[in-house]
Design a protein. Structure first.
Length: 386
């Protein structure tokens, strides 16, 4: 069987969660099923992180924008590649295809009320929500199977798109075996120097997406920092200094800018060494369909603080300290608890390594392959979505 996989953004330099999921899934599918040929459709970019193999073809497809690439260039490339089905990995899909469709719908956050025009979100994020609202419902209706990544998100999708209920499958994400505690002193020192990291710190991934809860995390850190005897610095990856300064001014604590490090985007290859040096990882998101960084940090032996909401409890289990992400006082208390209780950090680190070990990309691939077989065997010729 020739299995097409859409991975439009895979070759971009600064990869994020869905890109990592696509990359790991493809690599493990290729290993798990040498009897099939996988044809991966990507947009040209500066990081060709996937190389052709005997059962892997990588096809670069040009397109000047995300929608035109997906709706015009991709269907033409799929037709020329003579694949038996197409798996779209990133929520959206072409509305006209000549082959059966498997769609990974990571979440339906963009269908949930006010998130179309989120306060604090960028115009790029807002336009992305508009596009997803237009494309996802008809694309999902014409998909032969819709895959999502957690039981929580399956319920959300069934609520928003009830016609899909009998075509929804849950295939969890996982964590790469690259994520292990890093102990080599030279590696740790090089990464610390590369990103100007302090010797001890709390780690948080900043983001302009409101669901990442940046404002409350900064407010909670400020509350912790002005009351703790020796507060640990906060490292906020992938966030703008001017935005942070505005948050701190609004809180009345502009001086705390000196306690917060902003290393910019951290390369995926460097993340194990960064996690390994963090005292704790803060992931109190408001809304996630999975929360892959939770498992990455746990696999590196880093204690995790996360949310009581959405899919985070499902992923973290009892291996993380969980707090209400909308309660600034609870967030500040959680940060201080992890700071002041080394025995709790050790317990969470031990539990976290065990929890991360329960998720593997090999299992993800093994669960996808029967879905492909079923779709190829039973799906009628694909019809245009309406």
């Amino acid at each position: 069987m020739r299995i097409g996989i859409e991975a439009q953004r895979l070759f971009r330099a600064n990869k994020h969660g869905m890109d990592v999921v696509a990359l790991e899934t493809i690599r493990h599918l290729v290993d798990a099923a040498p009897e099939h040929t996988f044809v991966v459709f990507v947009r040209p970019g500066p990081d060709p992180c996937l190389k052709p193999r005997p059962n892997l073809e990588v096809r670069r497809v040009d397109g000047w924008s995300y929608p035109t690439w997906e709706q015009r260039a991709l269907p033409r490339a799929v037709r020329r590649a003579n694949v038996d089905l197409l798996h779209c990995t990133n929520n959206t899909a072409p509305l006209r295809l000549d082959v059966p469709l498997v769609l990974t719908l990571h979440d339906v956050i963009f269908l949930e009320g006010a998130t179309l025009w989120p306060q604090g979100g960028t115009w790029y994020q807002r336009l992305g929500n508009v596009y997803r609202r237009w494309v996802v419902p008809p694309a999902a209706r014409c998909a032969d199977t819709v895959v999502t990544v957690s039981d929580h998100e399956r319920g959300r999708i069934a609520d928003r798109l009830p016609a899909l209920d009998d075509r929804l499958a849950v295939v969890p994400n996982a964590v790469s075996d690259r994520f292990v505690p890093v102990t080599d002193a030279d590696t740790l020192r090089a990464v610390r120097r590369r990103y100007d990291l302090p010797d001890e710190f709390l780690l948080f991934f900043g983001n302009t997406d409101p669901k990442k809860n940046m404002r409350r995390v900064v407010a909670a850190y400020a509350q912790y920092a002005i009351t703790a005897e020796a507060p640990r610095p906060l490292v906020v990856a992938d966030y703008d200094r001017d935005r942070l300064r505005d948050h701190l001014r609004a809180l009345g604590h502009p001086d705390l800018i000196d306690r917060i490090r902003l290393p910019g985007y951290i390369a995926h290859d460097d993340m194990p060494a960064v996690y390994s040096q963090a005292t704790a990882f803060l992931y109190p998101s408001l809304r996630e369909s999975f929360g892959l960084p939770i498992l990455e940090a746990m696999a590196c032996g880093t204690p995790v603080l996360t949310s009581t909401t959405a899919a985070m409890p499902e992923v973290a289990g009892v291996a993380a300290l969980r707090v209400d992400p909308r309660d600034r006082d609870a967030l500040a208390k959680g940060i201080r608890t992890l700071d002041e209780q080394p025995s709790l950090r050790r317990t969470l680190a031990d539990r976290g390594r065990d929890r991360a070990g329960a998720f593997s990309w090999s299992r993800t691939a093994e669960e996808l392959l029967p879905l492909y077989d079923e779709v190829a065997r039973t799906a009628p010729a694909a019809a245009p979505a309406t």
